[in-house]
Design a protein around this ligand. Structure first.
Ligand code: SF4
Length: 370
C-alpha cells in the first residue's frame, strides 16, 4: 500500500482571502459557472490551461468539494465491480479488449462465480454491484436477465448496475424488468466526428446516443462519460461533452484519463492528463451538483494519489474490483491498471485508509442519486 498522505484543501472563502486581483476575476467566473450552470469554450480553455499553482484552480476544486458535501455530506459510495466477460465484438480504437487484439486470453465468468463475487462484496458493505463486460453475444437477454433476477432475489437491498454496452431497447427493457436499476454507457464524445475517429465505421454515434436516450426513458439511473485526453479531443469537443451532460442530466458521469494501451491503434498516443481530469471532475460537479461522480481506477492508475485527489475535486464514488484475481489481468481494457493482484480484503482496507485521509468516509449504502 502506498503512502496515503494528502493535504486537505482550504475552504473556498479562505482561498479567496489570499487571492490576487487576477485570480479573483477567475474565481468570479467560477462562481458564475456554478450559479448559472453554464460553460463556454473560452472559459473552459482558461480553466484547463491555468498553471497548477494558480489559486483559481485550488478554488475550483474547493468549491466542488463544498458542493458535493452539501448534497451527499461526507459519504463516499462503493460500487463493487465484477468484470463478467472479456469477449467483445467491437473494435473501439482505444480499447485493450477490442476484438482485433488476438494477444489476449479471453474469459467469461460463470453465473455462480459472479454471485460469489457479489457475496464477497456484500460482506464488505457494498450495496451496488456493477456487472461490466464487452459486447459479448453469449450474454443473451435470457442469460443476463436470469443473472440479474438471481442477484435481485439474493440481495434485495442492493442496486444492480449493468455496463454491457449497446443493446436493443427491448433488451434494456427486459433487463430493467428483471431488476436492473442502473446502466453505465459512456458516450465517449458528444462530437460525431470525434466519435468516428475513436471508433470503427461499423459503430455509430447516433446509435450510442439513441441507447442512452432509451435507457433514460425506460427508467434506469444512467451513467455517461468520456476519457480525458483521448486522441482527437479538443477544448471544443470537451465543451460539447459538458453541454451534453447539462442537457442529458445523467445520474452518473464516469471520466478518467485516456491511457494509451498496447495492441491498439492508439498505443503510441500520449496518456491523458491527471491534472486536467481533476479539473474536469470539479467543473462537472459545479455544473451538475447532484451527479454521482467516481474517482476512477484509471485516475489511480496514472497517479498514486489520483483517487484521493479525485475525491478532493468533487468525486464521491469508488469502484473496487470484485472480479477473481485470475481474471483481472485478462480484462485488459487499458495498460498500467492498478489493484490487479489485490484481494477484496486488501482493496477495502486500502480504500478505507485513503478515503479517511481525505476527511470523508466509506458508507454501507446503495448510493442512489439524490
Ligand atoms: S470499449 Fe467496450 S465496446 Fe469498445 S471494444 Fe472495449 S469493451 Fe468492446
Amino acid at each position: 500500500m502506498e503512502s496515503q498522505q494528502v493535504s486537505l484543501p482550504l475552504k473556498p472563502s479562505q482561498i479567496r482571502e489570499k487571492a490576487s486581483s487576477d485570480c479573483l476575476l477567475y474565481m468570479d467566473g467560477i462562481d458564475l459557472l456554478a450559479r448559472r450552470q453554464e460553460i463556454n469554450p473560452s472559459f473552459l480553455s482558461i480553466l484547463l490551461t491555468l498553471p497548477d499553482d494558480n489559486a483559481a484552480i485550488a478554488y475550483l476544486r474547493a468549491l466542488a468539494r463544498e458542493t458535493v458535501e452539501k448534497v451527499y455530506g461526507d459519504q463516499v459510495f462503493l460500487r463493487g465491480l465484477v468484470e463478467i466477460s472479456s469477449y467483445c465484438k467491437n473494435n473501439c480504437r482505444y480499447c485493450g479488449i477490442r476484438r482485433s487484439n488476438t494477444t489476449l486470453k479471453r474469459y467469461r465468468m460463470k453465473p455462480q462465480m459472479i454471485l460469489q463475487c457479489c457475496e464477497e462484496g456484500y460482506r464488505y458493505g457494498m450495496r451496488t454491484f456493477v456487472l461490466q463486460g464487452g459486447e459479448d453475444s453469449w450474454w443473451t437477454d435470457e442469460r443476463l436477465c436470469q443473472l440479474v433476477a438471481d442477484i435481485r432475489t439474493k440481495f434485495p437491498d442492493c442496486a444492480i448496475t449493468l455496463s454491457m454496452g449497446e443493446r436493443s431497447r427491448e433488451s434494456y427493457q427486459k433487463l430493467f424488468d428483471a431488476g436492473a436499476d442502473r446502466y453505465l454507457l459512456r458516450h465517449e464524445t458528444a462530437n460525431s466526428e470525434h466519435y468516428a475517429y475513436l471508433h470503427p465505421a461499423d459503430m455509430s454515434f447516433a446509435h450510442r446516443m439513441q441507447c442512452l436516450q432509451d435507457l433514460k426513458e425506460i427508467g434506469y439511473q444512467v451513467g455517461c462519460g468520456f476519457m480525458v485526453g483521448s486522441p482527437g479531443q479538443t477544448f471544443q469537443t470537451i465543451c460539447e461533452d459538458l453541454q451534453f451532460i447539462l442537457s442529458f442530466r445523467p445520474q452518473m458521469v464516469g471520466i478518467g484519463p485516456f491511457v494509451a494501451t498496447e495492441n491498439t491503434p492508439f498505443a503510441k498516443e500520449r496518456n491523458g492528463s491527471v491534472e486536467r481530469t481533476l479539473r474536469l471532475l470539479a467543473i462537472i460537479r459545479l455544473l451538475h451538483p447532484h451527479v454521482l461522480l467516481p474517482a476512477t481506477t484509471a485516475l489511480g492508475s496514472l497517479h498514486p494519489m489520483g483517487r484521493e485527489q479525485g475525491i478532493l475535486s468533487g468525486a464521491n464514488v469508488l469502484m473496487p474490483n470484485l472480479s477473481p484475481v485470475e481474471n483481472r489481468e485478462q480484462y485488459h481494457i487499458y495498460d498500467h491498471k492498478i489493484c490487479l493482484g489485490d484481494s477484496v480484503d486488501h482493496c477495502y482496507a486500502c480504500l478505507e485508509t485513503r478515503i479517511h485521509s481525505t476527511g470523508r468516509r466509506l458508507v454501507v449504502d446503495r448510493g442512489d442519486y439524490r
